[in-house]
Design a protein around this ligand. Structure first.
Ligand SMILES: Cc1cc2nc3c(=O)[nH]c(=O)nc-3n(C[C@H](O)[C@H](O)[C@H](O)COP(=O)(O)OP(=O)(O)OC[C@H]3O[C@@H](n4cnc5c(N)ncnc54)[C@H](O)[C@@H]3O)c2cc1C
Length: 416
């Protein structure tokens, strides 16, 4: 009997990490990606220590050290630029693994190169859109469409892993009434700007509150002779329901002038928000959306992974990290179980409740709740933070989220 054959649909962060984990465990893997060409798309993302642990086992930490920034601290500020909370991150906080801020495209290409090197270039086929799939006895049959050639192919495998993102066709097959992603009311404006380092030069900051928020962190060091960094930033703005007619397209361009008007007076002595916006190379907009947690992900020999299974708001820096944790867990379940159905059920039993909690927490702003609390209690600003919120309240919100998202330091550091 040959090696167990895994078909993965989607060569995003989740699909490619899963390919590497499964290959390491000795499985035969074939990836199909719908895009004709995999390009380094997106802006910045964060990889939390629990995900970096998995990537380290895949031998990728050294490469990440070269291309990413090891984030040293996270700080929350009010809309007037006054500090609410600050905490060290990654190794600076005593974790055994760093937290990395990195360009999504750079990271995806790093994973793709590693897959091609370890598995062989032919193991990632582009231009193939997973249309539908069915369980057939002990096999699964996947039907893929090559839109360019107007060609349909059917491939057999032992397992099909749908890592096909927020618009997953496999999720739609199992849940035809799921509908489009749920819009939060917030539009995310995402940009990258060459600028001088701010604060510690490896800080991640957030300022404002739910309706109007600015996030910034560097994703690449010393990009020119002037010592500039590539700074990733996200400006959140609440809009009326009628204003949101845009689809969930990660590559849609945004209007800079509207943003400049909205953030015109956000000149802080530690960061100049209007100039970051004004000097951006490009600005993209995306309606912040998620989907309700599902009752199940695994159907016979087919399962969902990453955003296909649990799209969540990009709050608490968890989207990519949770897809990476899925990859590790799925691989472990398949390695430990000869019965594929049982393995996929075990993976679901571990990861579905864990990610459902994060989806729901992120709807309540996750750890960023502290900014909202301060805004509601002191909309005009504050002189003394502790008149508005106590240190105990700040600490308990931060600790609770780490536990829910699975990166509680003591628990994580016990792992290999
Ligand atoms: C182009 C792009 C840009 C992004 N930019 C950002 C960003 O700037 N910031 C951020 O926080 N998150 C971004 N994301 C989302 C982020 O990558 C995910 O939330 C997270 O990394 C989980 O990854 P995933 O692999 O589950 O999903 P994704 O990273 O979304 O990957 C899904 C992959 O599946 C492919 N695909 C879709 N449908 C099919 C199909 N039917 N058959 C085969 N392949 C299919 C897609 O082309 C994509 O490559 C972006 C996603 C994409 C696709």
């Amino acid at each position: 009997m040959g090696r167990t054959k895994m078909i993965i649909a989607g060569a995003g962060i989740g699909g490619l990490t899963t390919a590497l984990c499964l290959h390491d465990a000795g499985f035969d893997v074939q990836v199909y990606e719908s895009a004709r060409e995999i390009k380094p798309l997106g802006v910045g993302i964060n990889l939390l220590p629990h995900a970096v642990r998995v990537l380290t086992h895949l031998g990728l930490q050294e490469e990440l050290n070269k291309t990413a920034i090891a984030t040293s601290e996270l700080a929350y500020y009010s809309k007037h630029g006054k500090k609410i909370w600050q905490e060290p991150r990654g190794k600076f906080a005593g974790y055994n693994w760093p937290q990395f801020s990195v360009h999504r495209g750079t990271f995806q290409m790093l994973l793709l190169n590693e897959v091609k090197k370890s598995l062989g270039a032919g193991k990632v086929q582009t231009g193939f859109f997973l249309q539908q799939a069915m369980n057939k006895g002990n096999l699964v049959k996947a039907v893929l469409i090559n839109k360019e050639k107007n060609e349909m192919i059917a491939v057999d495998g032992d397992v099909l892993i749908a890592a096909d993102g927020i618009h997953s066709s496999m999720r739609r097959q199992f849940y035809p009434d799921d509908g489009p992603p749920k819009f939060s009311g917030i539009i995310l404006h995402r940009g990258v700007t060459k600028a001088k380092p701010f604060l510690s030069s490896s800080s991640m900051i957030m300022a404002g509150s739910a309706d109007k928020k600015f996030v910034a962190y560097p994703i690449q060091n010393s990009i020119d002779e002037d010592g500039n960094q590539l700074i990733n930033w996200i400006a959140d703005l609440r809009v009326s329901a009628e204003e949101n007619i845009m689809p969930q397209d990660w590559n849609r361009r945004a209007d800079k002038n509207k943003l400049l008007r909205e953030f015109a007076d956000w000149h802080f002595d530690w960061l100049d928000v209007p100039s970051l916006i004004d000097e951006a190379e490009a600005i993209y907009e995306f309606p912040m959306s998620d989907r309700d947690p599902l009752p199940r992900w695994s159907f016979g020999h087919i399962t969902l992974l990453g955003d296909a299974a649990h799209p969540m708001y990009p709050i608490g820096s968890n989207g990519a990290s949770q897809a990476i944790l899925d990859a590790e867990c799925l691989t472990e379940s398949l390695r430990n179980n000869n019965d594929i159905e049982a393995a996929l059920k075990e993976y679901e039993a571990i990861r579905l409740p864990a990610t459902a909690k994060i989806v729901l927490q992120n709807r309540q702003m996750g750890p960023e709740q502290v900014m909202q609390i301060v805004e509601e209690r002191a909309p005009g600003g504050f002189e003394n933070l502790y008149d508005v919120i106590s240190q105990e309240e700040l600490e308990s919100i931060a600790a609770r989220y780490k536990q829910i998202a699975g990166f509680d330091k003591e628990a994580l550091n016990k792992k290999q």
